[in-house]
Design a protein. Sequence first.
Length: 260
Amino acid sequence: MTQDIIRFDRVTKKFGELTVLDALDFSVAKGEKVTIIGPSGSGKSTVLRILMTLETIDDGVIHVAGKPLWHEERDGRLVPAGEDHLRAMRKEMGMVFQQFNLFPHMTVRRNITEAPVHVLGLDKEQANRRAEEYLELVGLSDQADKFPSQLSGGQQQRVAIARALAMRPNIMLFDEPTSALDPELVGEVLNVIQRLSNEHDLTMLLVTHEMQFAKQISDRVCFFDKGRIVEQGPPEQVFSTPREARTQEFLKGFLSPEPH
């Protein structure tokens, strides 16, 4: 049986009165490519932000790579995690956001080498070699000495992917990585993610509105609504013959042949 690298056990997250995740049970196997789809406010991005420790949880337990994420064991019981534990757990994951979040005052190369040097303790030469490796992977070897403002949005997002990969995470999280891009630049970013998926044994968790892409890249698609998984399964099943009325209604707009 494949081991789950991510597991949510009855995880609840509230923002004030609003329940964003409602006793969520959700797991991802090692090496699995899972896409989360659903309407705005269904809890999709919150799942990723909680995994990156950008949002806390109100109830439940999350395990990442066999260890509790928001808790640590002390005297045989789980207590809220301290900063050292959270810092160690973050190294398991790399995240690519909607906005590229590059440091504008640093070159592309330095954007990628900064964390490996300061967080992982690599020397400059090792970090530079790693930056070159991942810039080649995302097709930007010739852009290393430019600043983010000199790049297109698609190129900036590809640098952001290289930056996340340079930390050698076991899990890559993508939060609507194409939603801030002009339509003609979307393809180049999706191609890089597709290549990553084909060539590297990474666990990938994606939130996207690009349904055709989700269909191609995913081992499993999960449809979220109101903080719960309404339906999940192989992409062919979820997109072609969704079982739940709520899924059918949501996908109608995306998968109809009409232009929208």
